[in-house]
Design a protein around this ligand. Structure first.
Ligand SMILES: [Zn+2]
Length: 153
């Protein structure tokens, strides 16, 4: 599965490879520290509270509220093709905060701070690489998932 990462350098591979598989299966996953219970989204291989490297994944429902947003007209290098576009920062019901594109289900004129959103994982696969981004969509937006989260170690 390491090939999903392509040239992107995730360290250490063994700790995050399951995360790639969960995303590929359509699951939003956060991490929970096995020592102190600290939860993090996006997941962290090492606990930000107690520095423990022992963690487990848990599924995040992706329900969130829009904290702020901005329209990007002049895109940074590498993102020219997606400009203009709108990105938002949302606070997740399960904890954590995400920066993501505002998706197609939400017309620009309906974007409002405090509105309820659904975080949806979007995956592009390019040859031997997996690329993931998230979009913020209307509550109730569904996306395809595998039948169950992969649990194989
Ligand atoms: Zn911890």
């Amino acid at each position: 599965m390491f090939e999903w990462f392509g040239k992107v350098n995730f360290v250490p591979y063994t700790k995050v490879s399951d995360f790639a598989r969960h995303l590929k299966d359509g699951y939003l996953m956060g991490s929970r520290c096995k020592r102190c219970g600290e939860q993090s989204f996006p997941p962290r291989a090492d606990c930000g509270a107690c520095l423990s490297g022992e963690f487990e994944f848990f599924e995040v429902n992706g329900k969130s509220k829009l904290l702020t947003f901005t329209k990007i007209v002049a895109a940074p290098t590498g993102f020219e093709e997606v400009a203009p576009s709108t990105v938002g920062v949302a606070d997740l019901e399960d904890g954590g905060r995400i920066l993501a594109w505002i998706g197609d289900t939400i017309p620009e004129e309906e974007i409002e701070i405090g509105m309820e959103l659904q975080v949806v994982p979007r995956i592009f696969e390019e040859l031997e690489e997996i690329k993931v981004y998230y979009s913020l969509e209307k509550p109730g937006t569904t996306w395809s998932k595998a039948s169950a989260p992969s649990t194989a170690e």
